[in-house]
Ligand binder design. Sequence first.
Ligand code: ZN
Length: 275
Amino acid sequence: MLDEKLLSINQVTLMEQWSLRQAIESLGRSGLGAISVWRDKMREIGAAEAARLIDGHGLAVSGLCFAGLITSPDHAEAAKAMDEVRRAIDEAAEIKALCLVFVAGGVDPREKDIKAARARALDRLAELVPHARGANVRLAIEPLHPMICATRSVVSTMALANDWCDALGADDVVGIAVDTYAVWWDPQLEAEIARAGKRICAFHISDWLVDTQDVRLDRGMMGDGVIDIPAIRRMVEAAGYRGHREVEIFSARNWWKRDPDEVIRVIRERYQSAV
Ligand code: ZN
């Protein structure tokens, strides 16, 4: 049996059903150990009130999602994006999030230069390190699936996330989020997870549906798709990861339409049978 205290529910999994207040209260009552908070939803009540509620319900915060999108070639846009990341770092500190999920940003169609976008994002991430360190917040670089490279993340592989960590030399404050949905296809996955070792500071789980209708919004429940999630869990644990297993399911056509108690019931079952 896997420990339910290490089962975290990313708020996006019940994005349509619950406000942040409802999510905290419901998960607190359910006896699960942790929540991952979505910044857009936290605006409903603010970080201070969120922190108070989370504390009151005894939940850990496995992550705050998300901040980043710092690839812009435009200086004013970039400065604005950097300020937004700094705000997110402060919010993560306030709710005692174990990490702030960092999503690099995509490729600007005005420029069409992925190499330049990557270089800028890495430079800017380096600039953010002192602020994160000062706030005692760990930034978790999350490689995302290459199908959303243009819009979301020029970091598509664990190898590149590891290369960036090597370049930054700031393992105390910059780590990596391993999301099964984003990296399962990668032939180098096992080797790069081993290379990441203690850098792994978040483990996100969901499944890839064979007949997926939308690469962002049609994630599957663990066990419903083609990812060998237990195998990837064993890889991150072999690398030294002992943290939460965070369920992160964007599902516009299925799980967002279901009764939230049913969603939690299915997650608990699948956590034991398919994670
Ligand atoms: Zn994720």
